[in-house]
Design a protein around this ligand. Structure first.
Ligand SMILES: [Fe+2]
Length: 274
């Protein structure tokens, strides 16, 4: 089975929130079309951070449900952000209300599943499980980073991240072996952690590896890692022009820059035996 994957779409940075529903949908879909690879896989996995607006996440999930046989996604930290006073009012200042609303909105899409609490869903003989994989806020430096530097503490309202982490850990402990695990927060240490010299709010290491394939996001990086017998895939689109942070455009000829940009702004894929 060919599985396509992407994360950290941050769609509202590419297509601004627009009161005109028709334009909003058209512009969002037009942008999503540019991300599609030449040859589609059967399944699409989205590892979180779709949009700050559920309406736009809905448009994306509806579009992908029409393009792919099956869509799996997890929510990222930004999918809980209440970024304006209108959003706070709409969701009664409770981030979890965004999750409830999105679940209700996508109820009618029979081929779209939000993975959470490591519940297992099987499709064509391949077992998928996942969850946001919230980072633990147990060490002082992490709590300090969360409260003083990360936006999460300001924009995720009335949700205890450490409780979410604790509950997810219990669920993960109960998980038997599956083929693909999807998380938003990285389950292993990756280059971004070394580069930025910090793991606070960017890592929740999963010690027991219960799957051959892990898909995740959160750090805006694109890479494939191997550890023991498992493979780890990250294909974070990130904010507009974030590809320029990965290569110094001044060091490359125009053609090479364009090629890199095209590669960066695409859904990637891997194969799973079924
Ligand atoms: Fe994130």
């Amino acid at each position: 089975m060919k599985i396509d994957y992407i994360s950290d779409l941050h769609l509202d940075f590419y297509v601004r929130h627009n009161g005109n529903e028709i334009k909003y949908k058209r512009n969002t879909v037009e942008f999503l079309e540019t991300l599609l690879p030449d040859e589609l896989g059967e399944v699409l996995v989205i590892a979180g951070d779709i949009s700050h607006y559920n309406r736009q996440s809905y448009i994306a999930l509806e579009y992908f449900s029409q393009v792919y046989e099956r869509v799996f996604f997890v929510t990222g930290n930004h999918d809980y952000y209440l970024i304006s006073s209108e959003q706070s009012k709409k969701y009664k200042n409770k981030s979890i209300e965004r999750e409830f609303e999105l679940d209700r909105m996508i109820e009618s899409f029979s081929n779209v599943t939000r993975l959470f609490d490591y519940d297992v869903t099987e499709y064509e003989g391949v077992k998928f499980a996942g969850s946001t994989n919230w980072y633990p806020l147990t060490e002082f430096k992490d709590v300090n980073f969360f409260n003083s530097i990360s936006n999460d503490s300001n924009l995720i309202k009335h949700m205890s991240i450490s409780q979410c982490n604790y509950f997810e850990s219990l669920c993960y402990d109960d998980l038997d072996e599956v083929d693909v695990i999807v998380t938003h927060v990285p389950p292993i240490i990756i280059d971004s952690h070394h580069k930025h010299g910090s793991t606070s709010c960017y890592l929740n290491e999963l010690k027991e590896l219960n799957a051959k394939h892990y898909v995740f996001g959160h750090c805006h990086e694109q890479n494939i890692y191997e550890k023991v017998d498992s493979k780890f895939y990250i294909n974070a689109l990130g904010y507009p022009n974030e590809w320029t942070h990965q290569m110094n455009p001044m060091d490359y000829e125009r053609e090479k820059r364009i090629e890199f940009m095209k590669q960066w702004n695409k859904i990637k894929s891997f194969e799973v035996n079924n």
